[in-house]
Design a protein around this ligand. Structure first.
Ligand SMILES: NC(=O)c1ccc[n+]([C@@H]2O[C@H](COP(=O)([O-])OP(=O)(O)OC[C@H]3O[C@@H](n4cnc5c(N)ncnc54)[C@H](OP(=O)(O)O)[C@@H]3O)[C@@H](O)[C@H]2O)c1
Length: 231
């Protein structure tokens, strides 16, 4: 049975990835900031029997280290860094007005944390079968995405794309594939009610895309529909 570790698992796309992977016979290590408040996730865990819930604050090194200790030396086949934030308010991350502390926090969560989590679980992935390190990025991180809004968010996602590409060659030698995935414009707390697709549809698209990834694809940037995205 494959083991999948997912961050940001309490709501939105992460929650639906947990539900979908568990429903398709995987063991899921579901990680979120506040397990005691994650009632939807706890309900999936109670029903499934193959979902374990752990606490992690992805931008806190000690918290990621504690998670790695709790998980131990088990093999992980799929690591999904999904936790992310939109950054400062829309009006405060642009040319006219930038919240620099908020930008730094956005980088800590969206750019640095995926590398921190990947470092922590690299030994587990190295024991995995067809191991895949997947980061949920955004089309807004593509260099050619010419919508001049949300400078903090867009730059954090562009940077995580670059970081994962940089990590890919060395990880390939360990047998670990690297993928960035764009989940669509999704009706979550982040995407808002006016977004295009449900989190259920996003996860239903992403899961077969992630399942189909092999080392030959690494590094890649894929959409939730399985298309290649331009970097
Ligand atoms: N929605 C979209 O249209 C869209 C489009 C492109 C990419 N994405 C990406 O998809 C991913 C999931 O987003 P979503 O739409 O599902 O948004 P969401 O419903 O707001 O969920 C975000 C998740 O990230 C977690 N998180 C935020 N900061 C964290 C931190 N410091 N430590 C640990 N967890 C943290 C949240 O936990 P808490 O509940 O504790 O805050 C939550 O579980 C993100 O990486 C996002 O950038 C979303």
């Amino acid at each position: 049975m494959e083991t999948v570790l997912i961050t940001g698992a309490n709501k939105g796309i992460g929650l639906e990835l947990v539900r979908g992977f568990a429903a398709s016979g995987r063991h899921v290590i579901a990680c979120c900031r506040a397990p005691g408040e994650a009632s939807d996730l706890q309900a999936i865990a109670a029903e499934s029997g193959e979902v374990e819930v752990h606490e992690v604050h992805v931008s806190d090194g000690a918290s990621v280290a504690a998670l790695a200790k709790a998980v131990g030396d088990r093999a992980i086949d799929i690591l999904i860094s999904n936790a992310g934030m939109a950054g400062p308010g829309f009006q405060h991350q642009g040319l006219a007005d930038m919240d620099y502390d908020g930008w730094a926090e956005t980088f800590a969560v969206n750019t640095m944390a995926p590398l921190r989590v990947l470092q922590a679980f690299r030994p587990n992935l190295a024991k995995g079968t067809n191991a895949r390190a997947v980061t949920v990025t955004s089309q807004m991180g593509a260099i050619g995405f010419d919508m001049p809004v949300m400078f903090a968010y867009c730059s954090s996602k562009g940077a995580v794309n670059k970081v994962m590409r940089l990590a890919a060659p060395e990880l390939k030698r360990d047998g670990i594939a690297v993928a960035l995935v764009h989940p669509g414009f999704v009706k979550t707390d982040m995407g808002g009610p006016g977004a295009e697709i449900t989190p259920e549809a996003s996860a239903a698209g992403l899961i077969p895309v992630i399942d189909a990834l092999t080392l030959d694809d690494s590094p890649c940037f894929k959409t939730w529909e399985g298309n290649d995205h331009v970097w």
